[in-house]
Design a protein around this ligand. Structure first.
Ligand SMILES: C[S@@+](CC[C@H](N)C(=O)[O-])C[C@H]1O[C@@H](n2cnc3c(N)ncnc32)[C@H](O)[C@@H]1O
Length: 479
């Protein structure tokens, strides 16, 4: 498959594979409520994602990101002026990391405009797989203006959509789609429908689809040709289908019809996102201003209606939603709105690098009634000499070890235990301190292979072997 290359690509890929693992420092003063499953993380998303991976790999149903578009502007709040290669090097490793968060039935939505959009499509094809491309949604984000533009004014932005796995990813129907069909008839069972003519002018003439049908009234129905010298019309159904589904046909001389039933579970989502329904760039700002004394504290927040819609087609009520370029926190606001409208328990994880993560991102979520834990990307788990950071908590170390050795996420247990989990028949234990005959006797039993992580081991090789224990020394064996 053709791929995109640029100066620095290999360095970006290498750097992404060697990100030092950092601790997340929770700040209870900035956290809100006691809902610990929503998270706001302040820090560079490459570090933050790397630290979240052990708990969240493969668990996120929907990722929405709205990265800097590289419009060459230095906004008041964040930089949007990158050299082209630099922008690609920013995005590539982050997208690679984000892909690992997606559940098998998950999807990622990426807002972008024409500045970098086409390059983004090529790197996304490489990272997510060209066959996992779902849609390029077009959002009409402006209406008028831009009269001083040379050439052609652009009123739209894109939202690129990729599935983790196109064969397992299902999108929900759009329950708010405008219905243009007039369902003016009702069946005996109460279902509404409209009648569709079986003959069509627009599908291309085929001799095999131009045959007489005898109706239930005994009359003969034929395809109507306005000009018999130049036939264009034909039935929509073949002879076999007419025979098999004859009962579904409605005969009203001289026409044959099929019934088109009203879809009560919503319509297939479509890729054109119109401003009347999903808002514009300006409405995002107005909406944010209403929460901050009528002055929007952020340049280009997305309208919640737009994100609400994306989440409504891509999540279920229990989904985890991740936004790694959180800005003013629109994604969390949309999660809160959607949960309120359908009684869902969706959870969100937001990451924002700038200091306004506290004053705008978290503050907005607080003002719309959201609960979350707030943390910052902190110190490295291992210092340059390879020593373990003494500030690491038991649970943080347990998650790190579990993920490193099993490559699966570890859900925080209700009660802390030295038995941190069982994977493929092997029990993993973590002891802060040394492994001695006394500590061994207090460990929860496991009938099978055991791997014990501790700082030292006072058991003999023979004792380890007879108990089926593999000892791993901290920090040497876990770096
Ligand atoms: C276009 S804004 C997102 C706006 C957001 N969708 C909203 O509705 O408010 C992009 C955000 O990504 C943040 N950002 C850029 N690079 C980042 C990085 N490496 N790590 C974390 N955040 C970053 C910027 O600070 C900025 O707030």
């Amino acid at each position: 498959m053709p791929t995109l290359d640029w100066t620095g690509k290999q360095d970006a890929i290498r750097a992404a594979r060697n990100i030092p693992y950092r601790l997340l420092d929770f700040d209870d003063n900035l956290s809100c409520g006691d809902n610990s499953s929503n998270l706001i993380v302040q820090g560079d998303n490459l570090d933050a994602l790397n630290s979240l991976l052990p708990a969240c790999k493969g668990r996120v149903k929907c990722i929405y990101i709205d990265p800097p578009y590289n419009t060459r502007s230095a906004f008041e709040h964040y930089n949007d002026n990158f050299e082209h290669s630099e922008w690609l090097s920013l995005m590539y490793p982050r997208l690679e990391l984000l892909r690992r968060f997606l559940a098998d039935d998950g999807a990622i939505f990426i807002s972008i405009n024409d500045e970098e959009g086409h390059y983004l499509k090529v790197i996304c094809d490489e990272i997510f797989g060209r066959n996992n491309f779902v849609s390029n949604m077009i959002w009409k984000c402006k209406s008028g203006g831009a009269n001083d533009v040379k050439g052609i004014a652009c009123d739209t932005e894109s939202v690129l959509v990729y599935a983790k796995n196109i064969s397992t990813c299902k999108f929900n129907k759009d329950s708010g789609a405008q219905v243009t069909t007039n369902y003016n008839r009702t069946d005996a069972d109460g279902r509404r429908y409209s009648l569709d003519r079986l003959d069509k002018q627009s599908l291309g003439y085929q001799v095999s689809l131009d045959f007489p049908i005898t109706g239930t009234d005994g009359k003969v129905y034929v395809v109507k040709h306005k000009n018999p010298q130049n036939k264009v019309a034909r039935w929509r159904w073949s002879k076999e289908t007419v025979a098999q589904r004859y009962d579904e046909l409605v005969f009203k001389y001289p026409y044959v019809y099929t019934k088109n039933y009203e879809k009560t579970d919503g319509a297939i989502p479509r890729n054109l996102l119109v401003d009347e329904r999903f808002g514009r760039t300006r409405s995002g700002k107005t909406e944010l201003a209403t929460l901050f004394n009528n002055v929007s504290p952020f340049v280009f927040p997305k309208p919640t209606k737009l994100i609400n819609f994306l989440l409504s087609i891509a999540t279920d009520k229990e989904s985890i939603v991740l936004d790694a370029f959180a800005g003013s926190g629109t994604t969390a606001h949309a999660v809160i709105n959607l949960n309120a409208s359908d009684g869902g328990k969706r959870r969100f994880i937001l990451i924002e690098r700038e200091a306004y993560c506290e004053t705008i991102t978290a503050e907005r979520v607080r003002r719309v009634g959201g609960e979350f834990r707030y943390c910052r990307v902190g110190e490295r788990l291992f210092n340059e000499m390879g020593a373990l950071n003494p500030a690491v908590t038991f649970e943080q170390l347990a998650s790190y070890i579990w993920f490193k050795f099993t490559q699966t996420p570890r859900l925080a247990p209700e009660k802390s235990s030295p038995l941190i989990g069982i994977h493929e028949g092997t029990a993993y234990y973590l002891i802060r301190g040394g492994l001695t005959p006394e500590t061994l006797s207090t460990l929860p039993a496991h009938d099978g292979k055991k791997i014990i992580f501790a700082e030292a081991c006072r058991l003999s090789e023979t004792a380890l072997q007879t108990s089926g224990i593999t000892f791993k020394q901290i920090p040497k064996d876990i770096r």
